[in-house]
Structure formats: C-alpha cells, structure tokens
Design a binder for this molecule. Sequence first.
Ligand code: GLY
Length: 344
Amino acid sequence: MIRVPFDFGDRTYDVTVGAGARHLLHEVIPATAERAAVVTQEAVPVEVEPGVERKVFTIGAGEAAKTLATVEDLCSRFARFGLTRRDVVVAVGGGVVTDTAGFAAAVYHRGVTVVHVPTTLLGQVDAALGGKTGVNLPEGKNLVGSFWQPGAVLCDTEVLGTLPPREYRSGCGEMAKYHFLGREGEDLEALALEARVARSVEIKASFVVGDERELLDADGAGGRPRACLNYGHTLAHALETAGGYDLRHGEAVAIGLVFAARLAAGLGRIDDARVARHEAVVDSYALDRTLPAGADTGELLALMRRDKKSRGGLSFVLDGPAGVEPVHDVAPAEVEAILKELAS
Ligand code: GLY
C-alpha cells in the first residue's frame, strides 16, 4: 500500500492506494463512529465493511442523480437511520457518488466525516481527492457545493479491473494530465498502475494543499495554483457543455491536453518536441486527440469564454518555460486556428 498525505494541519488525512485498500475501511473511520451510512449506486459492484453498524443508501445513476433533491433525500434517510455528528458517511463509487455524498456529509448536522472509496480510475486520480463536493443545478454543473475534506480516501486498484474498458480509458485521460504537472523530466509511463495512481494522487496533493479553495492565479509562497489541475479542461468542458459529441470526461480532457499543447506552441511557450510528447502520452492511453466530427469551432470558442478562469477574455492553463500555469487574454484568432487544426 502507498500512503499519500494531504497536509491540511489538523484536517490532514491519508489517501491510501493499493490492491485491497477498501479492506482498510474499519481502520480509517473515526473512533467515535457507531454507525456508517454507505452511499453508493446499484451498478457499483463493490461492498465495504466499516466494522460498525452499516446501512447502505443507493442514489440514482449518472449526472442526473447529482442534485439538491438527492442530497435532501440522503440527509432525511441519514436522520431516520439515526446518524449523528460522531458517525461517518462512506461514499463508494465514481465522481457522482463522491461529489453528492461528500456534499451531503458537509451539510448534514453542519458536517460529518466522510470517507471516500472511489471505484473508478477517474475518481481515484481526481474526483475523490482534495475536498471539492457538490451537485448540479439546471443552470450548470457543480454550481452548489462546498470544500469538505474527507477523513480518508481508499483507492483500491483491485476494483479497477471491474470497470468497462471505456470508463477505464476515460480515467486514463484524466491521468494523462499528471504527466505534465510533476517534476521536470519525470516519466509516469515508466510506472506500473498502482505507482502511477499514487504518483498522480501525490501530484494532485502538491497543488491542493497550498491552494485549497483555488484562489491563487500564480505560484505564491503558499504553493502552485490549484487551477493548474484544470490542465486540458477548458476545451474539455466546452466539448461536454456543447453536448451531442458522445465523449466521456477523460476522453474530452485528452483532446483538451493536445489542444492546450498546440496552443502553447502557437504562442511560442513550448517547442514542437513538447507538443509531440503530449500527443505520445495521449496515444499511449489509446485515446483520440482530434475534435469529434462536426465540432462547431464558433460554439466551442463561445463556451470557452465562459470558463470559470476567464477574466472576460479567453483564459487557459498552458505549458511554458516555467511549467503549466494560468494564462489570460489569449487572442481568439489563435485559439480558432488551433481548433481548426485539430478538426482536420
Ligand atoms: N478536479 C480539479 C480539482 O480538484 O481542483
């Protein structure tokens, strides 16, 4: 087992990565807990044993279940179960489960401990880490939520073997970004799965602990901007919001990474060899790196202007001589040219 600390002072917790990590649940729940509310979905084939009285609460499938109504329903069911502030919520599933259960835990009794057991690769390298919780509104994704750090995260690499191949590949798209966020010259491809997941977790921690609430825009005394974890996500979110493209999140991120690299090269920030490195990493995960057929570049440009990093113009996270960093006010013509290049 590999343990990666997320150092938040008196809220510090470990993320444990390894085959069979889920079996350590009884060791990481709070000593005060007499009951565990296990939140999961019907389709999640993973059972956990917290070692205290347990009740399983299932939520619906897909993003459609990530709503305030689900949170209200969960909290009502927690109350009927008799869950107290000394007890624990255990989220077992992908990002929909950990985001929703994490937010329910953040607001139930004004906050109870949550332990995440992410069962997807995407959850293990991103969604379940760093304390972002929340649900969607009809007006947009993740519009209501809170930062609520978990008490522990158990990333059981054994359960990844049960994932449908496309779901696994989508997680690889998210993992691909870490190839460009670690130490200079570091080669994640040389690592076996468990070590690669653990290193991804460690890289994520290195951004999150110094900028928990994503307030930094440049490296500061506290650390590097958490926004850098959105590397490749500006185009990815636009593709997902535009809809109609049959893309999983990680598949969209893979395209977004290659787009960001080409844009950085177009702006003179990196050379062709570095662009080729991005393409090789995406290829190594057997992910597509061209825009889906029929992609509307005008629509994508308009959607990217609405990115949360935007200060009015087009903002991206881009590679450069000082590494990956937020870059603002990029010329629309430059962006459009790269989008057209990626469509061909
Ligand atoms: N998923 C990006 C973050 O946690 O900040």
